[in-house]
Design a binder for this molecule. Structure first.
Ligand SMILES: [Zn+2]
Ligand SMILES: [Zn+2]
Length: 123
């Protein structure tokens, strides 16, 4: 099990999203992998289309500051009815396109193996 980097939900498999984290730039020059569950990936994909300016101060995925940020609305599970609450996260342009890429990749995977969801033997 792994936790989604946005909403914290545990899932057997997450959709990998490649982001560039400045602080780790030298150690991971090619970028850093974050994991999002399907719901959050969809939310980020929608956010990429809507481009609603967000009020946050740093990107929720790569922690970049002082860049234009866009709002994505995700559902964070709670223990009380209706068992989730909406939360707005701020994402930078770069992470939005990374999410877009991951989203497209995910769609292709689903297309190719509709009956083998969750099976990941290679990458
Ligand atoms: Zn999530
Ligand atoms: Zn970012």
């Amino acid at each position: 099990m792994a936790d989604c980097d946005l909403c914290g939900v545990s899932r057997p498999t997450l959709c990998p999203v490649k982001v560039k984290i400045d602080a780790y730039g030298s150690a991971f020059p090619t970028g850093n992998w974050k994991g999002l569950n399907e719901e959050c990936l969809n939310a980020c994909h929608e956010a990429g289309k809507a481009r609603t300016p967000a009020s946050g101060t740093r990107c929720a995925l790569c922690y970049k500051k002082d860049v234009p940020l866009f709002a994505a609305t995700i559902n964070v599970p709670t223990f009380e009815p209706p068992n989730y609450r909406e939360e707005t996260v701020s994402l930078c342009e770069e992470c939005l396109s990374a999410c877009d890429e991951a989203f497209e990749r995910r769609q292709k995977e689903l297309w190719h193996s509709p009956s083998h969801e969750g099976e990941e033997h290679h990458h």
